[in-house]
Design a binder for this molecule. Structure first.
Ligand code: AMP
Ligand code: ZN
Length: 113
């Protein structure tokens, strides 16, 4: 499959991996938009949030729980951080394998641009 994040899962493209288990992998974003910016993705390819089914509930929950655990390890939990998932063009999605952004280490603004 010609998917950038599937290639990170398979190890064909290198990444700074923060956490990995059978279901999810977390790695540093290559173009960080904040002092802390990492991504958490399911290992199984899912193109967009629109493709989720009821069977994906546990892995999607695991994305969020993994994000929170890593945020704590990185020391951004107490100050606070932003979690975002972009869907399709208007949502700002550029890589079509779902991923949770976790950004911290600076004050976030709302609404996002
Ligand atoms: P999105 O625009 O929501 O699809 O986010 C895609 C994210 O993937 C962006 O923040 C990119 O900086 C990030 N990204 C693209 N290529 C890589 C890569 N090889 N390793 C890590 N992060 C990447
Ligand atoms: Zn993929």
């Amino acid at each position: 499959m010609d998917c950038l994040f599937c290639k990170i899962v398979s190890g064909d493209i290198p990444a700074t991996v923060l956490y990995e288990d059978d279901d999810v992998i977390a790695f540093e974003d290559i173009m960080p938009q904040a002092p802390t910016h990492f991504l958490v993705i399911p290992k199984r390819h899912i193109s967009t949030l629109n493709d989720l089914t009821d069977e994906d509930a546990s892995v999607v929950g695991k994305l969020q729980i993994t994000a929170a655990k890593i945020a704590k390890q990185k020391g951004i939990s107490e100050a606070g951080y932003r979690v975002a998932m972009n869907c399709n063009e208007m949502g700002g999605q550029t890589v079509y394998h779902i991923h949770m952004h976790v950004l911290g280490g600076r004050a976030m603004t709302w609404p996002p641009g």
